[in-house]
Design a protein around this ligand. Structure first.
Ligand code: SAM
Length: 251
């Protein structure tokens, strides 16, 4: 009930994108036009923002997501890892916190990684930001090169790709335990997990593949949560934005 009310309120409450803006940039007007255009209107649409003067102004959906997940950050964020950084808003937003020494975004999409790197050149705390084309497994093998494990990690709307694969990369593993083992290797604190955890909620292009048919019966909230609980204490929060939010605190 509370979750439903909160979801409804998030959709209708007055939204001032300025209060959620990510400051600390300079000379953004020198960004190539195609970058400014693509961050405001591209996949995923809930990660769209505008580039204005010295800041990134999130769309309502993105601003609402950032505000929601921030509630689960530690009071003083010291390091953040975004396991699918996409257009980078969560990474830059973390790195502008004075206490945040390291913010790393990994992804496998060349286009969005290039966008993040362009933005980094205009960011005043760029020494705190790393953007890398790495899979979770590749990162786990070289985590010391990035200053060691991270205190806070985001795994948002990506778990289905780690399990089923996608056109840009194969599955990390068909074993949920192995996926969480790798996540635990890169995060010693809290993972904020907001993902599609039932086959009927994953994207149609996954559901309708042979893999979806073959492996879908193993893609259940119970199986995923049970694997997560081998490495993390799992706190289930009310469904938000159509999907569960789990806080995974490292054991
Ligand atoms: C729906 S977007 C979510 C992005 C971001 N976490 C957010 O919530 O805005 C899915 C992300 O997963 C990445 N991705 C796609 N296939 C992947 C794969 N096989 N392994 C790892 N990441 C993948 C995409 O590049 C994209 O950044």
């Amino acid at each position: 009930m509370w979750g439903t009310l909160q979801n409804l309120w998030d959709r209708v409450k007055p939204f001032d994108c300025a209060t959620q803006s990510c400051t600390g940039f300079h000379d953004l007007n020198q960004l190539p036009a195609e970058i400014s255009q693509s961050v405001s209107d591209s996949y995923p649409p809930n990660h769209n923002y505008s580039v204005v003067d010295d800041r990134l102004l999130p769309s309502r959906k993105l601003g609402t997501r950032v505000a929601h997940f921030r509630k689960y950050y530690p009071r003083q964020l010291t390091s953040l890892l975004d396991l699918s950084c996409s257009k980078g808003f969560f990474v830059f937003d973390a790195a502008r916190e004075s206490t945040c020494e390291r913010a790393l975004g990994i992804d496998l999409c060349d286009k969005t990684l290039a966008t993040c790197r362009q933005l980094k050149q205009h960011f005043e705390h760029s020494e705190r930001v790393s953007i890398e084309k790495l899979s979770l497994a590749e990162l786990a093998c070289q985590i010391d090169a990035f200053g060691g494990t991270f205190e806070t990690a985001l795994l948002v709307n990506t778990y289905q790709y780690l399990f089923f694969g996608s056109p840009i990369a194969p599955a990390l593993s068909r074993d949920h335990c192995e996926i969480f083992r790798q996540i635990r290797r890169v995060c010693h604190g809290r993972v904020i997990f907001h993902n599609r955890v039932t086959l009927n909620r994953v994207q149609k292009h996954i559901r309708e593949t042979a893999d979806g048919a073959e492996w879908g019966r193993f893609y259940t909230p119970e199986a995923i949560r049970s694997a997560a609980s081998e490495f993390f204490r799992v706190t289930e929060l009310p469904v938000w934005g159509g999907h569960p939010v789990w806080l995974l605190d490292a054991l």
